[in-house]
Design a protein around this ligand. Structure first.
Ligand code: C5P
Length: 409
């Protein structure tokens, strides 16, 4: 995924610096070349020798070293990279970046760069929530710096809360999606995404529905659009707003959702993230069903809804090159997802555990498995936006592959 990419990793001084060693390994496993800049404070936590051994490159630290300047000036150092990663990004280096200081090699490189920058903050929870840090992060975001984390949890200082640096796998996922996004690899491709619940009328005031928030589906539509795809998002009733840069069609029922999907025309990829109600009332009442005291509650006869995913997956000349379904399961997640993939006829299934304990429904994070003809991949727990970016990057890779590679799957 990162073959031929060059990452400049800036390691600042925090206890999380030890995770940067694992980060280097993971980035290199994905094919990236990693070069490190170590701050003086960073060198208190990890040694230049460890960074050098893992990156198999020399480590830069001293701005005034003549050899560094003659071999590799600070401008060259940043120009040579495709992406700069600051991990751990301490409160101090974020403040220096926001202020535009150039008081050591790391800060100078960050000021001189014209490349995308990813920061993985790591600090004590009070430092992270301090108004100064909040303001610095706001400034940096406005200037285009991307942030991954921090995560919630126990900290080395015996406190609890946001401030833990993201895990190396999460940082790698963010690096991948940033590097793919700069290339807009889905330009010229058309995508269809379904999202949210459906509402099946029982009578004009009552309906059958579910708790789907639409957050994951909407994030996928937005991620595909960021990669350059022309996206139609078919959304059931949700509280989240329409994403920018794409067309959103609002529907209520499964029948309307299917009609809107078919009306979207030919697409290269369809992602069915909607939680479509399995059944609808066979005969919705035309007027509100009256409550009559002393009589039995009314029986509602149900009939199955059309299966949108199975319909879009049917072989034929108009079938999208890639159809992706979701499987929300509370038990036997992977086995059910594998079975669902063949039952529905889709190419990939994104399987997520929605047992109440996971907080996936309506929550901000998701732990998924990607099930394809090639096997089952377990992804780390990620923010829904990061799951979306990673899935969109995978879709871009797949659609970019030569036809012979697809046929061989
Ligand atoms: O059958 P089940 O609801 O578990 O399958 C989930 C997958 O199928 C999701 O991708 C969902 O969007 C899709 N689906 C659909 N139409 C239905 C039911 C499910 O598109 N009627």
């Amino acid at each position: 995924m990162l073959h031929g990419k060059r990452i400049l990793l800036i390691v600042a001084g925090g206890i999380a610096a030890f995770k940067s060693l694992e980060l280097i390994r993971r980035l290199r496993e994905r094919g990236a070349a990693v070069r490190c800049v170590l701050t003086d404070a960073g060198a208190r936590f990890v040694t230049p020798l460890s960074l050098q051994a893992l990156s198999e490159d020399r480590v830069y630290g001293d701005m005034f070293s003549l050899t560094d300047e003659s071999e590799m000036g600070h401008i060259q150092l940043s120009r040579d990279a495709d992406l700069l990663v600051v991990a751990p990004a301490t409160a101090n280096i974020l403040a220096r970046m926001a202020a535009g200081l150039a008081d050591d090699l790391a800060a100078t490189v960050l000021l001189a760069t014209d490349k995308p920058v990813l920061a993985a903050p790591a600090m004590n929870v009070r430092m992270w929530t301090h108004a100064a840090t909040v303001a610095n992060v706001e400034i940096l975001k406005k200037r285009g710096v991307t942030f991954v984390g921090p995560n919630d949890g126990a900290m080395a200082c015996n406190e609890h809360g946001p401030g833990r640096m993201s895990e190396p796998a999460e940082i790698v996922a963010a690096v991948e999606s940033m590097l793919v996004a700069t290339q807009r690899p889905l330009a010229g491709k058309r995508a269809l995404v379904t999202s949210g619940p459906t509402r099946e009328a029982i009578d004009p005031v009552r309906y059958i529905s579910n708790h789907s928030s639409g957050k994951q589906g909407h994030a996928i539509a937005a991620a595909l659009a960021r990669l350059g795809a022309e996206v139609t998002l078919v959304s059931g009733p949700v509280a989240v707003g329409d994403p920018a840069g794409l067309r959103t069609v609002h529907v209520e029922s499964a029948d309307q959702m299917l009609a809107a999907c078919l009306a979207a025309g030919r697409v290269d990829v369809a992602v069915c993230a909607a939680a479509v109600a399995d059944w609808k009332a066979a005969k919705p009442a035309g007027a509100k069903i009256k409550k009559k005291t002393g009589t039995q509650p009314p029986a509602i006869e149900l009939t199955p809804n059309p299966d949108i995913l199975a319909t879009l997956s049917k072989p034929g000349p108009g079938r999208p090159a890639l159809v992706v379904g979701f499987a929300a399961e509370t038990e036997d997640l992977v086995a059910n997802a594998i079975a669902k993939r063949s039952r529905k006829g889709c190419d990939w299934i994104v399987a997520n555990d929605v047992s109440p304990a996971t907080g996936t429904f309506g929550g901000e994070r998701n732990t998924v498995h990607l099930v394809s003809a090639e096997g089952v991949e377990a992804w780390p727990t990620l923010a829904k936006g990061d799951v979306a970016d990673r899935l969109a990057a995978r879709i871009a890779l797949h659609l970019g592959r030569p036809r012979s590679a697809e046929a061989a799957e």
